[in-house]
Design a protein around this ligand. Structure first.
Ligand SMILES: *Cc1c(COP(=O)(O)O)cnc(C)c1O
Length: 448
């Protein structure tokens, strides 16, 4: 193998070029199929491997880390987070039991995140790979809590010991259905509660009615930031219902949780600290690289019952359980390091500035589209997403936007109407980018 310093140096130069060109790279690439190469038998060495990557694969990579990729909710990577990610692989720590301070670094990063989102010491947390796994872990704890309230342990006896399971939500993310499927509860057990008129936020009166109709404890999934219109359930009003009805309150705040960082938007997540479990994605709006999210809960004791992993050389969980007793993974990378770096380098203030820059950008684009004939916002810009209908065939406009390479938005359907979403969550996006995005949208709409 070649000397490590040379490998690192050529990778550094390669990465530097790629990052410098991020703003000029086509924002999205319609996938093209390419034939797979056979398994390299003897290997061609690192330099040739890098050249091969640059020739065959890199040109087809999207500019999703760049300033004008506004599809889904796709954050970028701050410089410090990127360095943290590099060092994660450099030190290659297994962030579970072991003679290492790595697990404490993760615990520190979790505490910082809890503070950022206004959660107190009653919420413990763990890193997972994404909001899907964060919802999964939160709902697994909810399932165990249902068992506790009926005098059984699902972890020991299985879901069949539980009897009927009621899960209620207004506009749940698709991954909540997926989590319920993985948990053996079943996608069909999710009961959709009517939302407020013309809104994606749950109607709390309807939720109360639904809870009244049940004969036992339930799980309520509240949504803090729906993907279409970034609508927010009234978390405080929902939490208050627990004085009358027994339920576990899980809040999916995958990106909406970042409203807490901005004084102008923090009211949207008022009551978040009341939740029994909370999901927040980090590879979205914290601008750390894939893959990272955090999950918080008030009942780590139940979490340990579910995920504990003991054996001959794995001691049982203690008061401060090892991380392998808390999530589906056992061995895992030190996923917290990019978060630790970006929070240390830029602080809560630096990250508040990113959130505010993105919400201002969304507001600007929303205002521009509102005053452009033929364009309509399907909802007010509440945070960082602009959801709108263009003139003419929305799907064709979406394709034309993607083909322009200038920006990428995701098509959606909102209340039966095809629409487009522009989600701002990358620290690199400037007002000049918003101007370019706006022009690309208007030109694409004029071309179809
Ligand atoms: C993105 C998102 C998820 C899923 O997140 P992944 O990181 O893709 O696993 C769940 N809920 C909401 C509200 C989201 O925006």
């Amino acid at each position: 193998m070649e000397p490590l310093p040379e490998v690192l140096e050529s990778t550094r130069r390669f990465a530097e070029r790629a990052l410098a060109g991020l703003g000029d790279r086509p924002v999205a690439h319609p996938p093209t199929s390419s034939a797979f190469a056979p398994l390299p038998v003897s290997g061609i060495g690192f330099d040739a491997a890098l050249a091969e990557f640059a020739r065959r694969w890199e040109p087809g990579f999207s500019g999703s880390a760049g300033p004008r990729y506004l599809g889904f909710v796709t954050g970028g990577t701050t410089p410090a987070a990127l360095a943290g990610d590099w060092l994660t692989s450099t030190f290659d720590q297994n962030a579970v039991a072991g003679e290492s301070s790595a697990t404490d670094l993760e615990r520190e990063a979790v505490r910082w995140l809890a503070t950022l989102f206004g959660l107190g010491p009653e919420h413990t947390g763990t890193f997972v790979t994404g909001a899907t796994m964060s919802n999964f872990v939160g709902l697994a704890i909810a399932r165990e809590w249902l068992g506790e309230s009926r005098g059984v342990s699902v972890a020991a006896s299985g879901v069949q010991a539980l009897g009927p399971i009621h899960v209620l939500s207004g506009t749940p993310h698709s991954t909540v259905h997926k989590a319920l499927s993985m948990l053996g509860i079943g996608r069909d057990q999710l009961r959709l509660v009517p939302t407020l008129p013309g809104r994606e936020a749950v109607d709390t009166t309807e939720l109360r009615r639904a809870l009244e109709s049940l004969d036992g404890p339930a799980v309520v999934v509240a949504n803090a930031g729906t993907v279409n219109t970034t609508d927010f359930d009234d978390l405080r009003a929902i939490a208050a219902l627990r004085t009358e009805f027994p339920f576990w309150l899980h809040v999916d705040a995958a990106f909406g949780g970042f409203a807490a960082l901005s004084p102008a938007h923090a009211h949207l997540v008022d009551g978040l600290a009341e939740a029994d479990s909370v999901c927040v994605d980090l590879h979205k709006w914290l601008n750390v690289p894939y893959d990272a999210a955090v999950q918080f809960t008030r009942r780590q004791d139940l979490q340990v019952r579910i995920f504990q992993n003991t054996g001959a050389y794995l001691p049982p969980p203690t008061e401060t359980p090892d991380l392998l007793h808390l999530t589906p993974e056992s061995s895992r990378r030190l996923r917290a390091l990019p978060t630790w770096f970006t929070l240390t380098a830029y602080g809560a203030e630096g990250h508040r500035a990113i959130v505010e820059q993105n919400t201002t950008n969304a507001q600007t684009l929303g205002n521009l589209l509102t005053t452009t004939p033929g364009f309509h916002l399907v909802a007010p810009v509440r945070l960082n997403v602009v959801c709108f209908t263009p003139p003419g065939d929305g799907a064709a406009v979406a394709r034309a936007i993607t083909e322009s390479g200038e920006t990428f938005l995701t098509p959606t359907v909102y209340q039966g109407v095809p629409a487009l979403r522009a989600a701002f969550s990358n620290w690199r996006t400037t007002p000049a980018d918003v101007e370019r995005v706006y022009r690309a949208i208007v030109e694409a709409a004029g071309s179809v």
